[in-house]
Write a protein that binds this ligand. Structure first.
Ligand SMILES: Nc1nc2c(c(=O)[nH]1)N[C@H]1C(S)=C(S)[C@@H](COP(=O)(O)O)O[C@H]1N2
Ligand SMILES: [Mo]
Length: 455
């Protein structure tokens, strides 16, 4: 076999620590020199194929976005010719999403396909925990699909989709939904599960009835404190008695007028892959609550104990734990509202702009669980200075908020565009994923795209 020298890109992908030591240098005591200078700067410049105008600001240990492993995007500027790109989802009616797993099927939306205020259905991410419902067991007329409401209610109901449509007011809202694991790939050390970057989120226009209205008909008992959700999909083992996932929420969230039993997505019937004909949409909270192929909402007199509710599942540490540690189940609390996040959706990661370019015009999306976005700031100098982006108001509560900015650049070379959002409670995105946890929830570091201005 031909032996060849490994490029810096591969080294960063395979052995980031060694690459980092090469680029940033080490003192004899093993500590980092601190800044990218001299030989390190030359190595990095050669790897990226450009000068790095703000190299003095690059903090030690920062893997340049162009060389980072965790990206769903086409080969970055320096890596043209490196065929380490992501596998793509090939499915009728879906765009080229990045495939994270095929059994169960999981695919995320690359940042540059999130460049819409309302996510088109074909670009919406896919997260299955099991196999699609058995087509033979589905009613030929979707209006015959039945949902059961039982447990701590005065009048248990079994209601068809047709009756839901006929008896309750339908509302259409732009609601963001985000997988609890979104951002997981940014954790060090690696956390278990699908390695999402930022693309496990979308904001479609959902039409449906308010879960609260249906629960009012059933009549909540004073003992009703929690919901438990069930869908018709099939466990990977094929065992029909095992739910793929069954999660629930506190009653207050179930009664929020934005929590819907939805039957239309972007004005059309919900496609099967997204839970059609009928699913829950619980905006702002971990996506696992938004049960697809909804068959039952069980009202509980205690926290739901379905599959996906126990141990470290959808739980984050109450007091920070040591990254990589086993952790203590007693120190974990259920993940509810998702944290603030922003994504630069234009230009695409790896874009080359022509010689003479004097500014970078950019756009992105931001959202923040139950909160709204207060501000988005942009930096092209590794966080030394920040410029406020223009941020649009959400179309309705829980909708994506679009931002845009035009940032002057002093010269040709390699830039990273960083975006950092702050939510209405004052919480902001950290520089590195914080609050590490075994199953990797809630990683929301600043978003970074590499842009090259040709010399
Ligand atoms: N019945 C059922 N509902 C489900 C799931 C599932 O596997 N089965 N996955 C959940 C998870 S983890 C997420 S993030 C969202 C994803 O919805 P989407 O595939 O429409 O993007 O659906 C949720 N609802
Ligand atoms: Mo999820």
């Amino acid at each position: 076999m031909a032996k060849r020298e490994r490029g810096m890109h591969e080294l960063y992908a395979d052995d980031p620590e060694r690459a980092d030591a090469l680029v940033f240098g080490r003192r004899t005591d093993g500590s980092r020199r601190g800044f990218l200078k001299g030989a390190g700067l030359a190595t990095m410049g050669a790897a990226i194929g450009a000068t790095i105008p703000f190299s003095d600001n690059i903090p030690a240990g920062l893997v340049p976005a162009a060389l980072a492993q965790a990206t769903t995007t086409p080969p970055p500027p320096a890596a043209a010719g490196v065929d380490k790109g992501p596998k793509l989802l090939k499915m009728d009616g879906k765009a080229n999403l990045a495939l994270l797993g095929d059994r169960p099927l999981v695919a995320e939306t690359p940042a540059e396909l999130m460049d819409d205020e309302v996510t088109p259905t074909e670009k919406f991410f896919v997260r299955n925990n099991g196999l699609l419902p058995d087509a033979a067991k589905m009613p030929s007329d979707p209006r015959m699909w039945k949902v059961k409401i039982d447990g701590e209610v005065d009048k248990p109901l079994e209601i068809s989709l047709g009756d839901l449509m006929a008896r309750y007011e339908a509302v259409s809202l732009k609601l963001q939904m985000e997988c609890g694991g979104n951002g997981r790939s940014f954790f060090t050390p690696e956390a278990r599960g699908n390695q999402w970057t930022n693309g496990g989120a979308g904001c479609a226009e959902w039409t449906g009835v308010r879960l609260a209205d249906v629960l009012k008909t059933a009549g909540l008992k004073s003992t009703a404190v929690y919901t438990g959700h069930y869908g018709a999909d099939v466990h990977l083992s094929g065992d029909a008695s095992r739910p793929t996932i069954s999660r629930g929420m506190r009653i207050a969230k179930a009664m929020d007028p934005h929590t819907l039993i939805a039957f239309r997505m972007n004005g059309k019937e919900i496609p099967l892959i997204h839970g059609g004909p009928i699913r829950l949409i619980v905006p702002g909270w971990a996506g696992s609550l938004s049960a697809k192929w909804l068959t039952r909402v069980w009202i509980r007199d205690k926290e739901h104990d379905g599959s996906g509710m126990a141990g470290f599942s959808y739980r984050v540490p109450i007091t920070p734990m040591i990254p990589g540690d086993k952790g203590d189940e007693k120190n974990m609390a259920i993940l509810e509202s998702m944290p603030v996040r922003s994504v630069v959706t234009f230009p695409a990661h790896g874009t080359k702009l022509p010689k003479g370019t004097t500014k970078i015009d950019l756009r992105g999306s931001a959202w923040a669980g139950d909160n709204s976005i207060q501000s988005v700031e942009i930096s092209i100098d590794y966080g030394a200075t920040w410029t406020k982006a223009e941020v649009k108001a959400p179309a309705n509560k829980f909708a994506f908020q679009r931002f845009s900015a035009s940032i002057p650049v002093p010269s040709a070379g390699y830039y990273e565009v960083w975006s950092k959002a702050t939510d209405s409670s004052g919480k902001t995105q950290p520089f590195q994923a914080g609050n590490w946890n075994p199953q990797g929830y809630g990683a929301n570091p600043v978003s970074r795209v590499a842009v090259l201005i040709e010399a």
